[in-house]
Design a binder for this molecule. Structure first.
Ligand code: FES
Length: 514
């Protein structure tokens, strides 16, 4: 039997199959009504909704537009967010659980309306969502989730027979959800917003907010300022914290996606299991054929196995269950989860009602990001949203938070201590370093990360994370230095890829190795 190999390079199918125009960087100070930081689904959808109301919006992104988590999603448009509704009823009460579902269902409907109104060709289709388990011990959880669905009024069924034939004991089906190509959708929304007056700047890094009560300003890395009536931080991890301590209230996870063509036709539906390790399956269309997306293997950023092992595990699952013809793409993504699983959307602080934030989507960014856009638009235009209390960024809401809060911060402390004590003995000797390999060593007594690129050029960084001084670890799959404490990631040259850090790793002169 011929083994199908994984692609050599990490490459998001969505980015490979869409054309995103380039935008300039901001090179002067400007004034706008709403300044949005972050060019993903939240930022672009909010810009679209506001621009339709003739509000002057400026959107900036630290990187090229749509290159972050939105460009690497699995793009399920569903209110089925794993096991969540029974927990919401237990911890928040039935009214808030109903509101959560309503927000997500409205988001699904809003995406569909936008597609119809703008006639966007983005491979949109309706599919049922299935949450399944193959373990006896999880069946009771699925049954409780079904009770929660019934209580809330969600159209659903519990079944042992799903269109996709994978090992499963039980599945909970949520009817009439949807799939699409997120970047085809969002690039059309962006074009339309620009026609409505939106201004876009990419490769423009926001580093701070200067808070004047009526007109706060976004300050960029190059020292330019965007004076605004409202600021929206939609930058995945909020670029601005000001005593909100988001890094203690959210944790970052990485997940992996394989895209493959099968010898068989995709039978319909989108799937995710309840237990770990996560296995998720959906399809899209590529060159007129089904492209199956298999994803999962979530782990805390900087704390997992080497990345290729996660891809191998997904590959084994895929080979065991489906008739693989070829593997065509593979990529990974980073997501943030709040301690009570409900995103933070709304005013960052009561004292600064015109600084808004949206973050912590727990991998359900298509509906959560669109719900956030809806909500933030209502806060700005109508000065109110029915969802304010549920998604309040300032609140801890559920009891189990306390336990997980402690666990998350214990992990963090452990990595801080481990990093400082690490004697680097486990790492490759610097003299054995091959092209495209990295190691950690000591230079003048300090821990240093050394990467040799494919042309044998050496890059050295101080491995002390610029956020709160944990020690970063090498991620060989993405060629990045990842922080196990709060999920910051840095390129091999030390530039920030993901916050909360907003300063690059310190460079060390390669001559110091000699
Ligand atoms: Fe917080 Fe690195 S991300 S210490």
């Amino acid at each position: 039997m011929v083994e199908n190999h994984l692609p050599n390079h990490s490459q998001s199918f969505w980015r490979e199959t869409s054309t995103i125009p380039k935008y300039p960087s901001l090179d002067t100070s400007i004034q706008t009504e709403v300044g949005i930081v972050g060019g993903g689904i939240t930022g672009i959808t909010t810009a679209y909704l506001l621009s339709k109301k003739n509000i002057k919006v400026t959107l900036i992104d630290a990187n090229p537009i749509l290159k972050g988590t939105t460009g690497h999603t699995t793009a399920k448009i569903t209110a089925q967010h794993g096991l969540i509704y029974d927990e919401l009823i237990q911890h928040f009460g039935i009214e808030q659980a109903i509101l959560y579902y309503k927000a997500m269902d409205e988001a699904r409907q809003l995406i569909e309306n936008n597609i119809n109104n703008l006639q966007i060709d983005c491979d949109f289709c309706h599919e049922d969502a299935f949450l399944y388990t193959n373990l006896d011990s999880w069946q009771r959880d699925l049954e409780k989730e079904k009770d929660a669905y019934d209580h809330i009024g969600i159209e659903s069924e519990i079944t042992k027979d799903t269109p996709l034939k994978i090992p499963m004991k039980l599945a909970l089906q949520m009817k009439n959800q949807a799939l699409f190509h997120p970047l085809k959708y969002l690039s059309s929304l962006l074009e339309e917003s620009i026609r409505n007056g939106l201004t876009v700047y990419e490769n423009t890094v926001a580093v701070d907010i200067e808070s004047d009560r009526s007109n706060p300003s976004i300050i960029t890395k190059d020292g330019h300022r965007i004076k605004c009536d409202y600021i929206i931080a939609a930058s995945h991890f909020p670029f601005y914290d000001r005593d909100s301590f988001y890094f203690t209230r959210m944790y970052a996870e990485r997940a992996y996606v394989l895209a493959m063509q099968s010898k068989e036709k995709y039978p319909g539906g989108m799937y995710i299991n309840a237990e770990s390790p996560t296995r998720s399956v959906r399809t899209t269309t590529w060159k007129g054929r089904d492209l199956w997306l298999i994803s999962g293997e979530n782990h805390k950023t900087g704390q997992g196995k080497p990345m290729h092992e996660h891809f191998k595990a997904l590959q084994s699952f895929t080979n065991e269950n489906f008739a693989v013809a070829s593997y065509d793409f593979r990529w990974s993504a980073q997501d943030l989860t709040t301690l009570d699983k409900v995103p933070y959307i709304g005013c960052m602080k009561k004292s600064t009602p015109n600084i808004l934030v949206a973050t912590g989507y727990r991998k359900w960014g298509m509906t959560n990001g669109t719900a956030a856009a809806n909500m933030l638009t209502n806060i700005i235009v109508n000065k109110a949203s029915e969802y304010t209390k549920l998604f309040d960024p300032a609140g801890f809401k559920a009891d189990p938070t306390i336990k997980k809060f402690v666990k998350t911060n214990t992990d963090t402390a452990k990595h801080m201590v481990k990093g400082k004590l690490d004697n680097t003995n486990n790492h490759l000797d610097i003299n054995q370093l091959q092209a495209d390999q990295a190691t950690v060593t000591r230079i003048n007594g300090n821990r240093a990360g050394v990467y040799k690129d494919k042309k044998n050029q050496i890059y050295i960084v101080d491995t002390t994370c610029t956020h709160l001084k944990c020690e970063v670890e090498w991620n060989s799959g993405e060629r990045s230095w990842d922080c196990p404490c709060h999920g910051s990631r840095f390129s091999y040259t030390g530039e920030v890829l993901n916050g909360p850090a907003n300063k690059p790793l310190k460079h060390i002169d390669p001559n110091k190795l000699k």
